[in-house]
Design a protein around this ligand. Structure first.
Ligand SMILES: Nc1ncnc2c1ncn2[C@@H]1O[C@H](COP(=O)(O)OP(=O)(O)OP(=O)(O)O)[C@@H](O)[C@H]1O
Ligand SMILES: [Mg+2]
Length: 465
């Protein structure tokens, strides 16, 4: 649990988040932080494993430094081994996708909700892509909205957009609109303010009437124009300079039956953005309605047309710490499904891939000669850090477990791995549904080897000002 300078606590189990928030000084350590961030971009999951593997390789290289280790070539062979042990997965196989999402969630603080969160991750990704043609997922189309209040169980997925702002109802306007025609405006429905601070002294009642009348006509004209464009829902972008609406404009909006939501953030409305106020520029949605649950209000925009698919996941939780972690874990699960869209193959987890790599590299090393053979053997041994760590974390005897795994893999049990659930070695860890995308493992091995190579090339560190 890292705490930032402002003593803001953070509760997380995500490797990248933890490393990112630590204050590391050593340049090599900074490279490892970057490595974890690179894995987060590339695969989204496996950000802890990648650093553990890199650390182990560095440990091995330390002993072999003078011999000139080349981890990249061995890494290529390792990736080949991973490809061989993977099996293809189809995007229509929903239950397998769910298993992969659920495995990535099983090591998180919110693991007990992996059923709900995993299902939402799968549904959300499948909604925003075209299953037949997709080869990537734009995670921007999946908005995660966090709401304090309630429990994680009450989180839900909405097929559309969810806004956390409430509808402005003080003027008596509607809070539900079917067949919505949405206008997003950057101007404000309140009297204009002068650029400079100045005072107007009115000492004549007729003048005062005139000012009030001016304001009235100014606002009425604007609202009438909005109505004329057949707009019935108005989103007003957040402004720090002026009030979005005042009592009078709200009154007019209510009279003309226009639903109004203010303080819309720029990034929330990319989906339905329009730039000038004419009928053809309006966005449309089947239904906009304000809903209340767990003591907080949100606005649901469903059936948005012509803007691609957008889904929102409303995360609920008792406090911001758990909510933030739920969001990060959900992000990992979404990334796992995205990996499967990019590369439709799965491998068994629980240390099985790493032991398999160690075996196959050690075997290939026997055919090599000289320093190369020693380097490959060292790479092979370094990969055993993952099953060792998993076994230790599960409270098992790691030496016993790794020896057993080596033995099983030697006899062709490619999917033998550490099972945390049954507390021992399983001959087929895939049967326990511990599955992970091939891309997470290949990217972890490649990126770790690349970083290690870079660190090994450094002869000395000179501090600069
Ligand atoms: N039920 C399980 N039994 C055995 N091993 C498991 C199980 N669930 C996950 N694993 C293994 O745990 C490792 C992943 O651990 P974890 O999710 O904590 O770290 P990470 O994915 O490397 O990083 P992060 O999730 O923080 O980005 C993988 O090697 C995976 O195969
Ligand atoms: Mg993980």
């Amino acid at each position: 649990m890292p705490a930032t300078e402002l003593m803001m606590a953070m509760q997380t189990n995500d490797g990248n988040t933890m490393l990112r928030d630590m204050s590391v000084m050593h340049p090599a350590a900074k490279m490892l932080v970057d490595l974890s961030a690179a894995q987060d971009v590339e695969a989204g999951d496996g950000t802890t494993s990648v650093v553990v593997i890199a650390g182990s390789l560095l440990g091995a290289a330390d002993r072999l430094l003078e011999k000139g280790m080349s981890p990249v070539r061995a890494a290529a062979a390792a990736v080949q081994t991973l490809h061989e042990m993977s099996h293809p997965v189809s995007l229509s196989d929903r239950s397998t996708l769910y298993q992969a999402a659920s495995t990535s969630l099983s090591s998180k603080i919110v693991a007990q909700h992996s059923g709900l969160l995993g299902n939402m991750a799968v549904d959300a990704v499948l909604k925003v892509i075209d299953v037949k043609t997709a080869d990537n997922v734009d995670l921007k189309n999946i908005r995660i909205v966090k709401k304090v209040g309630g429990t994680i169980d009450e989180s839900e997925m909405v097929d559309g957009l969810v806004l956390t702002q409430a509808v402005v109802k003080s003027g008596g306007g509607p809070s539900r609109m079917e067949k919505a025609r949405i206008g997003l405006i950057q101007f404000q429905l309140s009297p204009p303010k002068p650029d400079m601070e100045n005072q107007i002294v009115v000492n004549d009642y007729r003048q005062m009437d005139k000012i009030l009348k001016e304001e009235r006509t100014y606002l009425l004209n604007m609202v009438k124009k909005i109505k004329k464009a057949k707009c019935n829902v108005l989103f007003i972008q957040k402004s720090i300079l002026r009030d979005a609406v005042n009592d009078l404009s709200l009154h007019f909006l209510a009279k003309l039956n226009i639903l109004c939501i203010k303080d819309i953030e720029r990034d929330e409305v990319e989906f339905i953005y329009i730039d000038s106020f004419t009928e053809d520029k309006l966005g449309s949605a089947e239904l906009i309605e304000e809903v209340q649950s767990s003591g907080s209000r949100t606005v649901k925009v469903t059936g948005v047309k012509g803007a691609g698919q957008t889904v929102s996941i409303v995360c609920r939780g008792a406090n911001t710490l758990i909510l933030d972690e739920a969001e990060r874990s959900l992000h990992d699960a979404l990334c796992v499904i995205r990996c499967l869209v990019k590369k439709r193959a799965l491998i068994a987890g629980g240390g099985a891939p790493e032991i398999e790599i160690a075996q196959s590299l050690a075997k290939q090393a026997r055919a090599l000669t000289g320093t190369e053979a020693i380097c490959w053997k060292a790479f092979a041994d370094a990969m055993e850090v993952i099953p060792t760590t998993l076994a230790e974390n599960a409270g098992l005897n790691s030496i016993k477990v790794v020896t057993d795994l080596r033995h099983r893999h030697e006899y062709g049990e490619k999917n033998a791995g550490v099972s945390i659930k049954s507390g021992g070695v399983k001959s087929n860890i895939a049967e326990e549904n511990v599955l992970q995308p091939l891309l997470v493992s290949t990217s972890a091995v490649e990126l770790a080897a690349e970083t290690v190579k870079m660190i090994l090339r450094i002869d000395d560190i000179a501090l600069s000002r």
